[in-house]
Design a protein around this ligand. Structure first.
Ligand code: NAD
Ligand code: DAU
Length: 347
């Protein structure tokens, strides 16, 4: 198979690319990434010389470029992860989210359709999406695959829109597709604008830990490698034209998670118990902040036998270990444009 993986220099994409390159030596894997602030070839350095792997720098919104790539490789499958992914950035700049997440997805869909519309046999477009399309839960209940879409941020609205286009290409042109909607990921190579890596970095540097609002917002955390395992399963064995929810069965209120992280970091850094917690600073809330996400992943479990392979304690320890051992990666990605973003956002 020739497979295009988009966004493979980003956080989740790099783990998906690595899994596919290592597990499927007979596949040809092309990683297409624009290398925005979130894309980093260091994330896939260990596999860059593999025979079944190549990297192409390019923008998924560039129709001519995407067309020439599809003509050249005649991809049998697309696993689409490239996106603008940070909610706070989407509040400041919604248009770039619409461009990449909606238009970029459409460009890929359209090229795939033009290539295979006369014979879809053995082809698949896999769209990687988010649980945020479902909006916010109250204190109880779970997101199911049948939960109506109700996105609240420009980011989730753009992802919801892209999900609809994928489904529409399936219904209208007969394109074989799968979609997965996953909860919050964490793990190595996570860009330090998101809660867990940002707070690990700030604890290391004894900087304030900016908790939005009262900190009583809940997220369902999944180790990134378990998400990559789910993507592999769904791509190969998921039923056509189906959506699968992926989640960690692992809900945490932000403030409880931050305190747990502080405790683990104190041990790791040899600091006094309670030292890092003193860095917690309550700041202005995120506009439109969703109260709670929680995934019911039983469809994926029952149909394909997937379950997370690591506990949260194991995953968080591995993550802390990775950031401690990769300070150079951290300082590389937190220089330059990141500093400007951080200062503007957190003032
Ligand atoms: P990320 O921001 O770390 O990586 C996104 C990658 O896409 C980067 O490498 C970036 O350079 C690339 N990219 C951005 N715009 C592009 C463009 N126009 N053309 C080509 N490449 C472009 O994101 P992530 O956290 O790894 O998320 C990957 C996907 O998974 C996204 O679609 C996101 O919506 C989805 N998702 C993320 C999470 C999460 O917790 N991070 C959870 C569920 C779903
Ligand atoms: O649910 C899946 C989504 O998870 C993905 O689709 C997104 O791409 C990904 O970024 C993530 O979105 P969140 O908004 O949930 O993640 P973030 O790490 O930005 O925030 C997690 C929680 O922590 C959220 O309630 C906001 C809060 N937070 C975040 C930051 C960056 C803070 O309190 N302070 C912060 O500085």
């Amino acid at each position: 198979m020739k497979i295009l993986i988009t966004g493979g220099a980003g956080f989740i994409g790099s783990h998906v690319v690595r899994l596919f390159v290592k597990k499927y030596p007979n596949y040809q894997i092309v990683n297409l990434d624009a290398l925005t602030y979130a894309g980093n070839l260091e994330n896939v350095k260990d596999i860059e010389d593999q025979n079944n792997y190549s990297f192409v720098k390019g923008d998924i919104t560039d129709e001519d470029f995407v067309n020439s790539l599809f003509q050249k490789y005649q991809f049998d499958g697309v696993i689409h992860l490239a996106a603008e992914s940070h909610v706070d950035r989407s509040i400041k700049d919604p248009f770039s989210f619409a461009r990449t997440n909606i238009i970029g997805t459409m460009v890929l869909l359209n090229e795939f359709k033009e290539l295979w519309k006369d014979n879809w046999e053995g082809k698949r477009f896999y769209h990687v999406s988010t649980d945020e399309v479902y909006g916010s839960l109250g204190e109880s209940g779970f997101f199911l695959e049948t939960t109506p879409y109700s996105p609240n941020s420009p980011y989730s609205a753009s992802k919801a829109s892209s999900d609809h286009f994928v489904r529409a290409y399936g219904e209208t042109y007969g394109m074989p597709f799968t979609i997965s909607n996953c909860s919050n990921n964490y793990g190595p190579n996570h860009f330090p604008e998101k809660l867990i890596p940002l707070f690990i970095n700030n604890i290391i540097n004894k900087k304030p830990l900016p908790v939005y609002g009262d900190g009583n917002y809940t997220r369902d955390w999944l180790y990134v490698i378990d998400h990559a395992r789910a993507i592999d399963l769904i791509f190969h064995k998921g039923r056509n034209m189906e959506t699968y929810n992926v989640g960690g069965f692992n809900e945490w209120k932000n403030i409880d998670l931050v305190k747990l992280l502080c405790g683990l970091m104190d041990v790791k850094l040899g600091r006094n118990n309670g030292e890092s917690e003193k860095l917690i600073t309550y700041v202005k809330d995120r506009p439109g902040h969703d109260l709670r996400y929680a995934i019911d992943a039983s469809k994926l479990n029952e149909e394909l036998g997937w379950r997370p392979s690591v506990t949260f304690e194991e995953g968080l320890s591995k993550t802390i270990e990775w950031y401690s051992e990769n300070q150079e990666w951290l300082s590389q990605v937190t220089s330059g444009a990141y500093q400007k973003y951080y200062q503007e956002h957190y003032q």
